[in-house]
Design a binder for this molecule. Structure first.
Ligand SMILES: [Zn+2]
Length: 65
């Protein structure tokens, strides 16, 4: 993705090729960040489900009251 165009400051090669240890460290860090981003939608869906549950409870309480 976005890391494809990144040029390493140490070896002046594309970071995605992992030519030196700096490249590989950057690549590893970005992979972890991508993994973190991969988790986020799940968290968002859980929060949305909780919000929907709370809204449903409030709605039912109003109807029965
Ligand atoms: Zn490098």
């Amino acid at each position: 993705m976005t890391r494809d165009w990144l040029v390493c400051a140490s070896c002046a090669g594309p970071v995605s090729e992992g030519r030196c240890s700096v490249c590989r460290a950057s690549r590893e860090r970005m992979r972890q960040e991508n993994g973190w981003r991969g988790v986020t939608p799940t968290t968002v869906w859980i929060l949305l489900a909780l919000l929907a549950a709370v809204a449903a409870v409030l709605f039912l309480q109003q109807r029965t009251a």
